[in-house]
Design a protein around this ligand. Structure first.
Ligand SMILES: CC(C)(COP(=O)(O)OP(=O)(O)OC[C@H]1O[C@@H](n2cnc3c(N)ncnc32)[C@H](O)[C@@H]1OP(=O)(O)O)[C@@H](O)C(=O)NCCC(=O)NCCS
Length: 210
């Protein structure tokens, strides 16, 4: 869903039936607008599952607190918000991320905290400019983080997963854990995902069945 930060007002929370968390009291307008847009699309997505909630509360690590039978993920920039939700009986891990393409100079500055040298070498062999490949892989890893967070229960690093496979024809990727995150989420476990993109941004989705 697209939105315009310039049109934001606090009254929209009530109008759109999104609960306002006091943790936003000191936030800038852009942050309030992004939160509102994210929660609004998430609540709309829940309605598609015939689930109405008064609020999707904010968890202790900023993670959305979904209804018990649901998995979900939210992502937003200053202009667009997306949410994905599913019933746990259908999907076990669900992650979604949206990133504006990273500039070439920024990519050089931040690449070492996001990808390994093996991943960097691989991205340099693909048909995409390096900064686009980096954005895609960054987004894929953020999707994986959101998908697994509820089970891992703590932050984990971008180098705790690595690119196993990437196909530009089918718009699919696979990430592999490089470390044991939990007794179930062990080194070597793979997670497949999909991506779509346009001139301004890329979106990634990981949805793993039980
Ligand atoms: C939390 C994080 C994933 C958010 O990503 P982002 O690109 O900054 O922002 P996005 O718009 O895509 O996502 C923001 C939304 O993610 C959700 N989110 C935040 N923390 C979360 C968590 N711990 N678990 C699940 N979802 C979370 C929230 O819904 C948030 O929006 P809200 O605060 O308005 O509710 C990111 O800031 C982060 O900390 N990443 C570091 C850990 C990581 O990704 N490791 C890679 C492992 S392979």
């Amino acid at each position: 869903m697209g939105f315009d930060v310039g049109q934001f007002s606090l009254g929209l929370f009530k109008q759109l039936q999104v609960a306002y968390p006091h943790s936003l009291d000191k936030a800038v307008t852009k942050r309030k607008a992004e939160f509102l847009a994210g929660r609004y699309v998430a609540q709309q997505a829940l309605k598609e599952l015939c689930i109405e909630v008064e609020q999707i509360a904010v968890g202790p690590s900023r993670n959305p607190l979904w209804p018990t039978e649901v998995v979900g993920a939210i992502t937003h920039t200053h202009q667009r918000a997306f949410a994905a939700v599913a019933l746990k009986q259908h999907i076990r891990y669900l992650g979604l991320d949206h990133e504006i393409w990273i500039e070439s100079a920024t990519a050089k500055d931040i690449k070492s905290s996001l990808i390994s040298t093996t991943e960097e070498d691989y991205l340099n062999t693909t048909q995409w400019p390096f900064e686009r490949g980096l954005t895609l892989l960054f987004s894929a890893k953020e999707s994986l983080f959101k998908a697994l967070f509820i089970e891992v229960g703590r932050y984990f690093d971008f180098l705790d997963a690595e690119l196993q496979d990437l196909c530009f024809n089918t718009h699919t990727f696979t990430l592999k854990l490089t470390t044991d995150l939990t007794p179930q989420l062990v080194k070597g476990r793979c997670f497949a995902g999909r991506f779509q993109y346009d001139e301004s941004s890329v979106q990634t989705l990981i949805a793993i069945e039980p």
